[in-house]
Design a protein around this ligand. Structure first.
Ligand code: FEO
Ligand code: CA
Ligand code: CA
Length: 656
C-alpha cells in the first residue's frame, strides 16, 4: 500500500538512474577553468525558522544570525520506541491537533462528513497527508500556517475502494481536491506555546490540482512545456505531490513537487522521442499503467494520459513559490530550480546576499542540487523590494553536487566536493543540451557531468548557528557493496545517514566545499552505525532520516519516515557541537503507520509543529478495516498537524 500510494511504486521498479555517469574530462576541465579563487566571507544566515514577533520579510531583512547560545543542552527524557496508535511526547510536554483532514479552511466551508464527502467540500477543507509546515507571522500571537498536502490514501478515504478504474468520478475529484496546500490563519492560545485555527478566515486559501499557476524562468514558453490547453507553455493547472519545502527571506513559501510521475498513464503511447525523458523520471513507456492500480485521474482529466498529452508530465516536478500573505497570489513554478522529484528548497544568503536554495531529488541514486541567484536579495517591505525579490529565483545558476572522499584510513567518512554548474539563465553548461532541456530534463543533465549518486536526498538545510548545511539521505537498500563511496558508505543502506557540508569560506555561493558524515542511522548496537563518536549506549535508535530543522541553539532535529527498526516513526534531536554532539534523543513518536513531517520549531522555541502524515498506512488496511483511528477514534484516521509545547516547570523552550 505504501508503495502504491506514497510514491507510485518507486521502490518496486528499477531505479530510473541507469546512467554510467562517467567523469567527463572535457566538461570538467571547462567547468574548473571558470572557477576563480574561492570567496571568503562572513556567514550570513538567519533566514531559517520564523522570527517571532517580526513579519517574516522584516525579520529576514535583519540578516541576523540566530543567537548562538553556548549551551543548547537537550534536557528532555527521551520517548521510548513504541507502536502505539497515538502521539507520545516526553513528560512535561503537551500536544494537541491544530488542523486535521477535512477541517473547514475557507470562509463558509462545510464541516467534515466522512460518509458524505464531496469534491466541492474538499476544495474548501484541509487536504490529505500534510507534509511541510511553515508559520508566517502576523504578530507575536497570530500567523499563517502553510501546509503541503502531498498525496491521498484513497483506500483509507473511501469505503470499498478497489482502485482508479472502479472509482466514482466524484471520488477521483475529491482526491484531486485533497492535494496541494492549505494556508490557514492560526492564533496562540493564551500565553502558551499552544496554537489553534483563528476564527478569521479571510486570508485562508486552498490550492489544489486545478489551481492556475504560472511557469516562470528560462524554460517558460519552451516547446517542451506546450500542450493543447496551453499552446504558449506558460500556464499550468495545479501542483502535484508537494512534499517538503522552504521559506524565502522575503516571506514567501517554496513548495516542492515530488513523486509527480504516479499521476500519469499512457507513457507507452507517447511519441518515441519523448520516451527517454519520461523513463528517466520513472514513468513506464513499455506498458500502459492500469488505472485500476492507481488513481484513475485520466478518467476525469485527460491531460493525465500521456498518449494524448505527452508534454503534460514536463509541467510537473518543480519548486513552486507562493506568497501566503496574498490570497490572490498566482503560484509560480520556478523552472530555474530544475525539474526532478523535489524534496527540500531551503534558502540562505551568500556572503554578498544573493539567495541560495538547497535542493534534493528524492529517489535512489539521485542527486543534490543548489541554486544561486544572480542578483542580491533586497531587504525591506517596499513594493520595489517585493517586485525585485520575486524575480530572484528566475535568474541565477543551478548546480549539482559531486562528492569526493579522502579515504577511510582517517577513520572518518569525509572529503571535499564541488558544485558543478548546469545552467545559468539561457546558457547551458552541459554539452549537447540546451538550457531549456537542462531545466526540464535536469536528471539527464546531471548524469552527464559526473554528479554523485546519493542514497535518496531528502531535506537539506543550513544550520543558522554553525553555518553547516545538513542533508538527510533517507535510505537505499539497492546500493550494492560495489557501489559504495565515502559519501554513501553503507551497502543495502536500510536506515540512512546524515551528511554535513561546509561551504568554502562559509559562503553559500561557493563552488567548493568540504563534507563529513556525523550520523549513520540504525540500531546503536549495529556496528555500522555512527553517532558522531558519542557513547552509543546512551542514544535513541533512529532510522530513515527525512525532514530536518534546527532550534535557536543550532541543535539538529530529525523527522523520520519508514522506521525500519519495527517501531513508529518520530522526531529526534541531536546537538551538533560540544560534549553532547551526537547524543540523539527521541522527542516524540507518531501514531501507527504514520510518517513524521514538517517539523518546525518556532523562533521563540515555545512551539514545535509536526505534520502527522498517513496514519494507518499499513498493508491490508482500508476504510473498512482501519489500522489507525487517530486522532478522533471515529473509525478512520485523519492526517493532522499537531503542536507540542512545554507544560512542566522550568524553561518554556522546546527541548531546553
Ligand atoms: Fe515525500 Fe521524499 O518524501
Ligand atoms: Ca575520510
Ligand atoms: Ca519527505
Amino acid at each position: 500500500m505504501t508503495c502504491v500510494y506514497r510514491c507510485g511504486n518507486q521502490c518496486a521498479h528499477e531505479p530510473p538512474n541507469t546512467s554510467g555517469n562517467e567523469y567527463f574530462g572535457d566538461v570538467m576541465s571547462r567547468v574548473l577553468s571558470r572557477r576563480g579563487l574561492l570567496r571568503a566571507g562572513a556567514l550570513v544566515a538567519g533566514v531559517g525558522g520564523i522570527a517571532g514577533a517580526l513579519p517574516a520579510a522584516a525579520a529576514a531583512a535583519t540578516g541576523a544570525t540566530a543567537p548562538a547560545r553556548a549551551g543548547g543542552a537537550l534536557t528532555f527524557t527521551p520517548v521510548a520506541p513504541n507502536t502505539r496508535d497515538d502521539v507520545t511526547v516526553p513528560d512535561g510536554y503537551g500536544w494537541d491537533v491544530v488542523l486535521r483532514w477535512g477541517d473547514p479552511v475557507l470562509p463558509g466551508a462545510p464541516e467534515f462528513d466522512f460518509e458524505h464527502q464531496t469534491a466541492e467540500a474538499q476544495r474548501q477543507q484541509f487536504g490529505y497527508n500534510c507534509d511541510y509546515v511553515m508559520l508566517f507571522p502576523l504578530g507575536p500571537d497570530r500567523g499563517l500556517l502553510t501546509v503541503n498536502h502531498e498525496y491521498t490514501n484513497e483506500e483509507l478515504m473511501f469505503h470499498g475502494w478497489q482502485g482508479g478504474a472502479s472509482a466514482t468520478e466524484e471520488q477521483i475529484r475529491i482526491s484531486m481536491a485533497a492535494h496541494g496546500m492549505s494556508v490557514v490563519e492560526v492564533e496562540r492560545v493564551g500565553h502558551t506555546g499552544r496554537w489553534r485555527p483563528a476564527q478569521r478566515r479571510h486570508r485562508n486559501r486552498r490550492i489544489h490540482t486545478h489551481t492556475p499557476m504560472l511557469l516562470t524562468g528560462p524554460a517558460a514558453g519552451s516547446d517542451l512545456l506546450k500542450t493543447k490547453a496551453d499552446p504558449n507553455g506558460r500556464w499550468v493547472l495545479g501542483m502535484l505531490n508537494n512534499c517538503s519545502g522552504g521559506r524565502t527571506p522575503w516571506g514567501t513559501v517554496l513548495t516542492c513537487e515530488e513523486n509527480f510521475h504516479q499521476y500519469f498513464v499512457g507513457g507507452d503511447g507517447a511519441p518515441e522521442p519523448a520516451k527517454p525523458g519520461l523513463q528517466r523520471y520513472g514513468i513506464p513507456t513499455d506498458r500502459r499503467i492500469p488505472s485500476s492500480g492507481y488513481r484513475g485521474w485520466e478518467r476525469v482529466d485527460e491531460r493525465f494520459d500521456l498518449a494524448k498529452h505527452p508534454n503534460e508530465a514536463n509541467r510537473f516536478g518543480y519548486v513552486v513559490e507562493i506568497d501566503p500573505y496574498d490570497p490572490d497570489f498566482v503560484p509560480r513554478k520556478r523552472t530555474h530550480l530544475g525539474r526532478f522529484k523535489h524534496e527540500a528548497a531551503n534558502t540562505t544568503l551568500s556572503a554578498d546576499r544573493r539567495v541560495v536554495v538547497y535542493l534534493g531529488d528524492d529517489e535512489r541514486f539521485e542527486y543534490i542540487y543548489k541554486f544561486v541567484s544572480r542578483h542580491r536579495y533586497l531587504p525591506g517591505d517596499s513594493r520595489k523590494a517585493r517586485e525585485h525579490n520575486l524575480r530572484l529565483l528566475d535568474e541565477g545558476t543551478l548546480y549539482v553536487a559531486r562528492f569526493t572522499g579522502d579515504g577511510t584510513a582517517d577513520g572518518q567518512y569525509d572529503g571535499t566536493g564541488e558544485w558543478i554548474p548546469l545552467v545559468s539563465g539561457n546558457v547551458s553548461h552541459v554539452p549537447g543540451m540546451t538550457a531549456e532541456e537542462v531545466l526540464v530534463f535536469t536528471r539527464l543533465a546531471a548524469d552527464k557531468v559526473g554528479a554523485t549518486k546519493m542514497d535518496r536526498p531528502e531535506d537539506i538545510e543550513r544550520n543558522p548557528v554553525t553555518g553547516e548545511v545538513y542533508a538527510a539521505l533517507t535510505n537505499n537498500t539497492r546500493r550494492t557493496p560495489g557501489q559504495v563511496d565515502e559519501a554513501n558508505p553503507r551497502p543495502a543502506n536500510k536506515h540512512g545517514h546524515v551528511l554535513a557540508i561546509r561551504e568554502a569560506g562559509d559562503d553559500a555561493a561557493a563552488e567548493r566545499f568540504t563534507w563529513h558524515i556525523p550520523l549513520v542511522c540504525g540500531d546503536p548496537n549495529d556496528p555500522s552505525t555512527y553517532f558522531a563518536g558519542y557513547d552509543k549506549s546512551k542514544v535513541s535508535p533512529i532510522s530513515c532520516p527525512d525532514n530536518l530543522t534546527f532550534d535557536a541553539a543550532g541543535n539538529l532535529w530529525i523527522a523520520t519516515d519508514g522506521n525500519a527498526l519495527g517501531s513508529n516513526d518520530g522526531l529526534f534531536a541531536m546537538p551538533v557541537r560540544g560534549p553532547e554532539r551526537g547524543h540523539v534523543k527521541q522527542f516524540l513518536t507518531v501514531p501507527h503507520g504514520a510518517e513524521t513531517c514538517g517539523p518546525l520549531i518556532t523562533a521563540d522555541q515555545r512551539t514545535c509543529f509536526v505534520a502527522v502524515q498517513h496514519p494507518g498506512e499499513v498493508d491490508g488496511a482500508s476504510a473498512d478495516n482501519p489500522a489507525s483511528t487517530w486522532p478522533d477514534r471515529r473509525g478512520f484516521p485523519r492526517p493532522s498537524v499537531i503542536c507540542v509545547w512545554r507544560t512542566g516547570p522550568g524553561s518554556p523552550r522546546i527541548g531546553a
